[in-house]
Every structure is written in structure tokens, then in C-alpha cells.
Design a protein around this ligand. Structure first.
Ligand SMILES: Nc1nc2c(ncn2[C@@H]2O[C@H](COP(=O)(O)OP(=O)(O)OP(=O)(O)O)[C@@H](O)[C@H]2O)c(=O)[nH]1
Ligand SMILES: [Mg+2]
Length: 229
């Protein structure tokens, strides 16, 4: 029995590696397509309900007069989030993954032709709500952003290290709920610092707008580093 188990394991690992390296190749193609069109792209990841669409709506509302914006929304089902992004003022495309718990590079490659990229400055991709699967699939976007939220609890960096390790910026949303929910900010931030030292972090509330200006400044400077230095 032992040797059968080992054989199954040794066969499984190369297949997973092959899928991931095929995905990485497509992600590199996506990046090249975006760069040729002069589009800066963000991949927004978080657990379900952390506030991805809320932050995208606010970002679109605040930047729509200065940047040409598009949103690609990944969800298992429905076009609810793309509808919200469109109502906020972005060109919006919905990807329904049909059960997959993450977006991958091929899904993005299929969605991008629905947008006139030559006419876009910033593409925001909302990944499927999940702290595990999206961490393994590069999309070709320029920066990855994780949204944590106060009601999820302060232990999440410790429990989902791969996600916290791989991102370029961290939003801590729903800080308006700090008085009502036990959340040790020090403990949370120690976990983040251990996994991703110096990670730029934006505590904010999509509900009250507190902290939002710092996030918007970061987005602007990430897109056009020279203009905002
Ligand atoms: N109190 C509070 N509620 C918030 C805040 N931001 C978002 N919410 C609420 O949290 C809920 C989920 O927000 P969404 O923006 O839909 O979250 P999401 O991450 O896009 O959710 P999925 O796409 O389903 O994974 C909604 O009821 C929001 O109104 C916040 O800063 N404070
Ligand atoms: Mg959403």
C-alpha cells in the first residue's frame, strides 16, 4: 500500500507544477499586452465580503475624472459586482468562473479583449473571494493588493501565510468596526511583518471614508510613479 501511495504522490506533483508554469507563461503574455497598451493593472484579493467591490466602487468614484478606468470582476456566479463597478463609472466586465475558486491568467486573457485597452489607464481586477487559491495564480497584473477586514479576525496572517507573503500592498478595511469587534491590531501587524516585512498598509473604512485618501494616493503613484514623486 505504501508504494502505491508514493506513486500517486510523485505523479500528482509534476502535473500541478505544469499547470502553474503554463499559467505563469500566460500571465507574462497578459503583462506584455497590458504594457503595450499602457495599462496599469491591480489584482485585488480578499476573503468573501472583506470589501473588494466596496473599495473598487470608491476608487472608481474618486479617480474617474482623472483616469480612464476598467474593472474585471471574477465571481463564481452572477454579475452583481460588475454591475456595481459599472454604476460607479467604470467599464466593467464580469468573469463567471463556473465554480473555480480563483481567477487565472487564461480567464483574464479571455476577458481583456472585451475592453478597449488603448483607451484605459487603470484596470482593476477583483479576484474571487478566497484567501487560498488566488495566491497561487499569477494574472499578469502589475501589483497585488490584499484586503483584510476587521471582522475576519486578527489571526488571518498566521493562518493564510501564502496570501500575505505574496502581495504588494495591504488594505485593512472596516476600521469603523474596531470598537465592536475584538481585533488586536498589534498582533495582526506582527504577523504581517513576519511574512512580508515593510509591506505598505492602508487601514481604512469604506463605510466612513477614513483612510481612503492614503489609498488613493498610493494608487495614483503606483500608476504614474514619476508624476507623484
Ligand atoms: N462596517 C463596514 N462595512 C463595510 C465596509 N466595507 C464594506 N462593508 C460591507 O461589507 C459587505 C461586503 O462588501 P463587498 O464590497 O461586497 O465585499 P466583497 O469583498 O466584494 O465581497 P465578495 O465579492 O462577495 O467576496 C457589504 O455589506 C458592505 O457594505 C466598511 O468599511 N465598514
Ligand atoms: Mg465583490
Amino acid at each position: 500500500m505504501e508504494s502505491i501511495q508514493n506513486t500517486a504522490d510523485t505523479k500528482r506533483i509534476p502535473i500541478v507544477e505544469k499547470i502553474l508554469s503554463a499559467n505563469d507563461r500566460l500571465a507574462a503574455e497578459n503583462r506584455a499586452i497590458l504594457d503595450r497598451a499602457g495599462v496599469f493593472a491591480l489584482n485585488i484579493m480578499a476573503s468573501p465580503g472583506a470589501g473588494k467591490t466596496s473599495l473598487i466602487e470608491l476608487t472608481v468614484q474618486h479617480l474617474v475624472n482623472e483616469l480612464k478606468l476598467a474593472v474585471i470582476d471574477g465571481d463564481i456566479a452572477t454579475s452583481l459586482d460588475a454591475d456595481r463597478a459599472a454604476a460607479a463609472g467604470a467599464i466593467a466586465v464580469q468573469i463567471n468562473t463556473g465554480g473555480e475558486c480563483h481567477l487565472d491568467a487564461v480567464m483574464l486573457q479571455q476577458a481583456m479583449p472585451q475592453i478597449d485597452l488603448q483607451n484605459i489607464d487603470l484596470l482593476i481586477v477583483e479576484n474571487v473571494g478566497n484567501l487560498v487559491c488566488p495566491a497561487s495564480f499569477q494574472l499578469g497584473t502589475h501589483k497585488s493588493v490584499l484586503i483584510a477586514s476587521i471582522p475576519e479576525g486578527d489571526d488571518k496572517p498566521y493562518k493564510y501565510p501564502t496570501m500575505y507573503r505574496g502581495v504588494d500592498a495591504l488594505v485593512i478595511n472596516k476600521i469603523d468596526l474596531m470598537p465592536y469587534v475584538p481585533f488586536r491590531m498589534d498582533y495582526f501587524q506582527r504577523g504581517v511583518e513576519m511574512l512580508n516585512p515593510g509591506l505598505i498598509t492602508f487601514p481604512l473604512s469604506c463605510r466612513t471614508g477614513e483612510g481612503l485618501p492614503n489609498w488613493l494616493t498610493w494608487v495614483r503613484s503606483a500608476i504614474r510613479p514619476d508624476a507623484y514623486r
